[in-house]
Write a protein that binds this ligand. Structure first.
Ligand code: ASP
Length: 330
């Protein structure tokens, strides 16, 4: 009898919440990106558009399946970024852009919102999965960031898969470098978009996480490192507030401290994820930069901020949301 009374009470209160239009917050949520930039319908073929959407859905599914099984946000963002690193369409892992010297230098970062533990790597040339190395730095070293040769040595000692630098080659990215040199163009002219990949998630235990992986910008030299591996610039996660992964013109994102600023606006000013993301990107634009962010809020919100023609992006929640989009107006 008590059981039936309890059940009735639960149904009645749920009904009341619905009557007042109060939807339950999602138990888990996830957002991903594959870079922002000059993405306009006129520049895309139907096949290319479909291929990018399928790739984004596949990556999103990898994260969704972790979260739906009660897995951690950390595992979900790692799974998404792994899929995108292996996909040559995106500027991370296989398909990374070329440096001025015709090689690849990869950057990545991951952050666990529970403890604000973080791991980052910069300028690695032979590690197949930069995000797995960043995670290793977080979980298996006393440091937050490792760069260059030392990071490679750490990867080797920890048994991560190493590949020749040419493994990251693709003809499209080589063509971009050659055009850049021949026509004295800037990275923005040849890349047309930033193809960095990233993911943010909130899991059913309320833990937030963020991950970002990139090849940087075409023609970079002198050991240039962008915002992606810098905690607080391109990547940040803090339980109770938000998780952010960015893509865009790294120099500006570093100067604004984009990811940390978004979370700070949310926690100190009480702004929503969308308001904080838009205001921070407006600041980037004021300095002359562009790009985009994905933000997961502690309340289950997953939002996109776009200060560019478009952003390869997708999001899903336990409440049944599943969206994939490219152009800014979608
Ligand atoms: N933010 C990256 C960088 O500056 C580029 C990108 O988003 O594609 O290295």
């Amino acid at each position: 009898m008590m059981k039936w009374i309890a059940l009735f009470a639960a149904l009645a209160s749920g009904g009341a919440a619905m009557a007042q239009g109060k939807a339950e917050p999602p138990r888990w949520s996830i957002a991903i990106h594959g870079g922002a930039g000059t993405l306009e319908r006129k520049d895309m073929t139907a096949e290319k558009d479909a291929a990018y959407r399928a790739a984004l859905q596949a990556a999103l599914d990898a994260g969704k399946s972790v979260l739906a099984k009660g897995g951690s946000s950390l595992d979900a963002v790692t799974a998404v970024v792994r899929v995108l690193e292996e996909d040559p369409k995106f500027n991370a892992g296989k398909g990374a852009v070329y440096t001025w010297e015709g090689t690849h230098e990869l950057d990545a970062a991951i952050m666990d919102g529970r403890t604000r533990a973080a791991g980052a790597i910069a300028g690695v040339t032979t590690v197949r999965s930069p995000i797995l190395l960043a995670r290793k730095v977080m979980e298996d070293s006393p440091h937050v960031m490792l760069a260059g040769r030392g990071a490679e040595q750490f990867a080797d000692e920890k048994g991560l898969e190493l590949v020749p630098n040419s493994w990251f080659d693709t003809p499209e990215r080589l063509d971009a470098l050659e055009r850049m040199k021949a026509k004295k163009l800037s990275a923005l002219d040849v890349d047309l978009k930033f193809g960095t990949v990233g993911a943010v998630a909130l899991d059913a235990k309320g833990n937030l996480a963020a991950a970002t992986s990139t090849g940087g910008m075409t023609g970079k030299r002198w050991g240039r490192v962008g915002d992606a591996p810098l905690i607080g610039a391109g990547t940040y996660a803090e339980n109770g507030t938000c998780a952010v992964s960015a893509t865009g013109w790294g120099e500006y994102f570093i100067r604004v401290g984009v990811a940390r600023t978004i979370c700070a606006r949310m926690s100190m000013k009480g702004e929503s994820a969308q308001v904080a993301a838009d205001a921070t990107l407006a600041d980037v634009a004021k300095l002359g930069g562009d790009g985009g962010v994905i933000v997961a809020g502690a309340n289950g919100d997953v939002v996109f901020g776009i200060e560019a023609g478009g952003m390869y992006r997708a999001r899903a929640t336990s409440a049944g949301v599943n969206e994939v989009a490219i152009y800014r107006d979608e």
